[in-house]
Design a protein. Structure first.
Length: 433
């Protein structure tokens, strides 16, 4: 069991699939801890103009997005002394009395077949207007518009881009035994709007986003053997890119989206290869008697990080993306694998074994220092948020697989689960256009 996550997570995923039961469509999110240091903020229910009657509470979605970051503590609507929707109606004394640092008001007006959403962010104690803007949305696009507003507020108050408008990919299961269906799904970062990208009676695993967020690479066993596919999200069109004898696993896009790193064993041991997606030229980058797997590119495309047991135990290594000598980068502990690189390339999230338990750890690449981010017994598949603020990973609670997200700075954590079902193999999307 100790070697399971290292071997491309193939056997591990198979075990989880055997344990799986039914799953609901939407992910349920539970926020845990982190509220003490969070900034108090009020997102007032948006006013309705000219008979506007949207089916979505935009302000509630914005508040939930900000709460999930762990950086903000939205004031419950029941505790608000007033509900202004115009500048003239705002009395800063109401909000100072409640200890609220920032205030968001807004109004929704019918526009064509959709709506116009205007919003304003105030500094309550400073008495200044920090942000005022508006955007259009269809009825179906209201939730996404709310996510984008939340991201703009988050960026204005923290200086860091928000990720509410991003998406996550993950693997779920339905049924059991001969009726079991495995699905690769994509949903909004808050678990809403799930879409099934591909479903199969055989295992699916290792979803990886293209840098433009329009394609996903993944491993499928639908023909009784592992193969790597690349699929367009908008059209559903997919291509088989690797189906060699033996292992075909761990796909990872290059930052320009033109190449795909992967693990193949077609020439003997599992090694790292890079495929040019246009020319279909395949280059072998490692040639070692050990197991080399789980490659990922650095943000500048100059380096490849990967897991290898060439030193006697699974550890993280790096090498030039064009090939060359490999250098070990993880040294604490006898097991480190499944790396995810932060957007600034300064930190790695990885699976580390501690006293027989698998935890998510954060490695400072410059200092070589490691600290734990998770506390489960079987945590795996870490994936950085595209702004680097959080790490999404898979864990097991109550005998079933769920997703978890934790703030890198030690703030709030989240649990994302499906009623009665298994959720595994998360991958956070890049920033969406």
């Amino acid at each position: 069991m100790q070697s399971v996550p290292f071997l491309s997570r193939l056997l591990f995923a198979l075990v989880l699939l055997l344990l799986a039961s039914g799953a609901q469509a939407r992910l349920n999110i539970e926020i845990r801890g982190g509220t003490e240091a969070a900034q108090p903020i009020a997102i007032v229910p948006f006013g309705m103009r000219e008979g506007a009657a949207p089916a979505l509470d935009v302000a509630a979605v914005i508040a939930a997005d900000l709460a999930r970051t762990g950086r903000f503590r939205p004031l419950p609507q029941r505790d608000m002394l007033a509900q202004p929707s115009t500048r003239e109606e705002v009395d800063p004394r109401d909000w100072r009395l409640l200890g609220v640092n920032n205030l968001v008001i807004g109004a929704i007006t019918p526009e064509g077949q959709g709506f116009r959403i205007a919003f304003t962010l105030y500094d309550v104690f400073g008495g200044s207007e920090l942000l005022a803007s508006s955007l259009s949305a269809t009825s179906a696009g209201l939730r996404q518009a709310a996510h984008r507003i939340a991201d703009r507020i988050y960026e204005r108050l923290t200086g860091q881009p928000g990720v509410a408008a991003t998406r996550i990919a993950y693997i779920t299961t339905e049924g059991s035994g001969a009726t079991q269906t495995v699905a690769l799904r994509v949903a909004d970062a808050d678990g809403y709007n799930p879409q099934t990208i591909v479903a199969s009676s055989e295992p699916l695993m290792s979803p990886a986003w293209s840098p433009d967020g329009r394609r996903i690479a993944y491993v499928s066993f639908e023909n009784q053997r592992p193969a790597i596919y690349v699929q367009e999200l908008s059209s559903g069109r997919r291509e088989l890119v690797a189906s060699y004898p033996g292992i075909n696993s761990s796909p990872a896009f290059s930052p320009d989206g033109r190449r795909l790193a992967m693990t193949l064993s077609k020439d003997g041991n599992p090694d790292i290869y890079v495929l040019d997606l246009a020319s279909r030229t395949l280059a072998r980058l490692t040639d070692h008697y050990g197991i080399d797997t789980e490659p990922l590119f650095s943000p500048d495309g100059e380096r490849l990080f990967f897991t290898s047991n060439r030193g006697g135990s699974p550890q993280i290594y790096q090498m030039p993306a064009s090939g060359g000598a490999a250098q070990r980068v993880s040294f604490e502990g006898d097991y480190n694998a499944s790396a995810s690189l932060a957007p600034d390339a300064q930190h790695l999230a990885m699976v580390s074994r501690l006293n027989g338990q698998f935890r998510i750890a954060l490695l400072d690449l410059a200092r070589g220092a490691t600290r734990l981010l998770s506390s489960g017994a079987l945590d795996e598949s870490p994936s950085f948020a595209p702004n680097g603020s959080m790490v999404l990973y898979a864990t097991v609670e109550g005998g079933r697989g769920v997703l978890a997200a934790t703030a890198v700075d030690g703030g709030a954590s989240q649990r994302l689960s499906q009623d009665g079902g298994q959720v595994r193999e998360p991958a956070w999307s890049p920033m969406m256009p």
